[in-house]
Design a protein around this ligand. Sequence first.
Ligand SMILES: *[C@@H]1O[C@H](CO)[C@@H](O)[C@H](O)[C@H]1NC(C)=O
Ligand SMILES: *[C@@H]1O[C@H](CO)[C@@H](O)[C@H](O)[C@H]1NC(C)=O
Ligand SMILES: *[C@@H]1O[C@H](CO)[C@@H](O)[C@H](O)[C@H]1NC(C)=O
Ligand SMILES: *[C@@H]1O[C@H](CO)[C@@H](O)[C@H](O)[C@H]1NC(C)=O
Ligand SMILES: *[C@@H]1O[C@H](CO)[C@@H](O)[C@H](O)[C@H]1NC(C)=O
Ligand SMILES: *[C@@H]1O[C@H](CO)[C@@H](O)[C@H](O)[C@H]1NC(C)=O
Length: 290
Amino acid sequence: MFFILIFCSISSFVDHHGRLRVHGSKLIDSNGDIIVLRGVSFGSSPGFYNVNAIKQLWNQWKTTCIRVPVDLSDGDLAIESLYKAVFSAVKVGIYVLIDLVGESPDDEAREFFIRISSDFGHFPNIIYGFSKSSEDSVSLLIKTIRRIDRLNLIVLGNQTELNNFSGDVKLDYNVAYAIHVYAGDDNEELKELVEFAVNSSLYLFVTESAATNSSEDGDLFLEKYSDLISYLNEKDISWIAKSISSKNESSSAFELNADPWKVWKTTDLKKWGVYIRDKLNWTFYNAEKK
Ligand SMILES: *[C@@H]1O[C@H](CO)[C@@H](O)[C@H](O)[C@H]1NC(C)=O
Ligand SMILES: *[C@@H]1O[C@H](CO)[C@@H](O)[C@H](O)[C@H]1NC(C)=O
Ligand SMILES: *[C@@H]1O[C@H](CO)[C@@H](O)[C@H](O)[C@H]1NC(C)=O
Ligand SMILES: *[C@@H]1O[C@H](CO)[C@@H](O)[C@H](O)[C@H]1NC(C)=O
Ligand SMILES: *[C@@H]1O[C@H](CO)[C@@H](O)[C@H](O)[C@H]1NC(C)=O
Ligand SMILES: *[C@@H]1O[C@H](CO)[C@@H](O)[C@H](O)[C@H]1NC(C)=O
């Protein structure tokens, strides 16, 4: 017992789970056990990309995965923020989804993935994400990553791909499919999509979610969101909520004047921030005990 306590205190979440692999319509860890990641997405507030923030996201919120959206048109700041976030996530021992967003030409996207898979591919913490709508671009980027990193999970951020590849065509041995879930939108088709994924042995990963509609602002539909999250938890689907930022938007977790470097208090958080912190923390301690 004493040994177990010591072991737990020095071993991080990623030490414990290792590299992730898609197995049928589930995600499994290096022990072969089903794992579900739950966390938060960063946004356009650069101050939050720091180790102190990411430590709190793990220690207080029980975030097991952060998502870092990278838009190459933002230039050096996007890359600097990414490197800070990745090194912090590795230090803290949680997973990090590096998600290329925006409309970058294939050659720039390719260069980006060569760079980050060379720099980070040896860490089991890393998950790659991108969104391309042509099959050629998708194959090109998968091949680019796989030449350098044969193992870590890749999340394809486009439903067109999901619809195209009904499980007969294996794009790669370790890919998942991103979906976005906004409680204020019509989510009629979600259950059918999940059923389709289960039937076709595909793993869905909710890389963006919020209680607002997809405009990310306006009313919070918290009851609907809570139902959606319960459903995802029941289906072992990983989910990530928007957003670690202090924008004047209701899907942004922090108040405008919150200090990213401080120890956060409840008063630093908007209503949504308090909700998602408590939801993540509750789920971490309770969801697995079905
Ligand atoms: C998280 O949940 C645990 C167990 O229920 C509780 O003891 C702890 O205070 C919670 N943490 C936060 C930051 O709410
Ligand atoms: C999906 O199918 C459409 C229509 O057949 C095609 O234009 C598109 O390139 C396909 N996308 C992928 C990623 O295969
Ligand atoms: C898929 O790609 C299309 C075309 O680039 C884009 O309009 C759409 O938003 C993408 N969907 C997702 C879920 O990323
Ligand atoms: C999933 O498979 C079942 C059993 O074969 C079938 O009845 C159902 O229609 C399928 N659902 C979807 C969305 O493909
Ligand atoms: C989404 O919410 C915003 C803010 O409340 C609102 O202006 C917009 O009309 C909504 N969009 C849809 C499609 O419901
Ligand atoms: C936040 O946005 C709302 C409109 O969405 C506006 O009325 C309000 O003045 C803004 N607050 C600040 C501090 O900019």
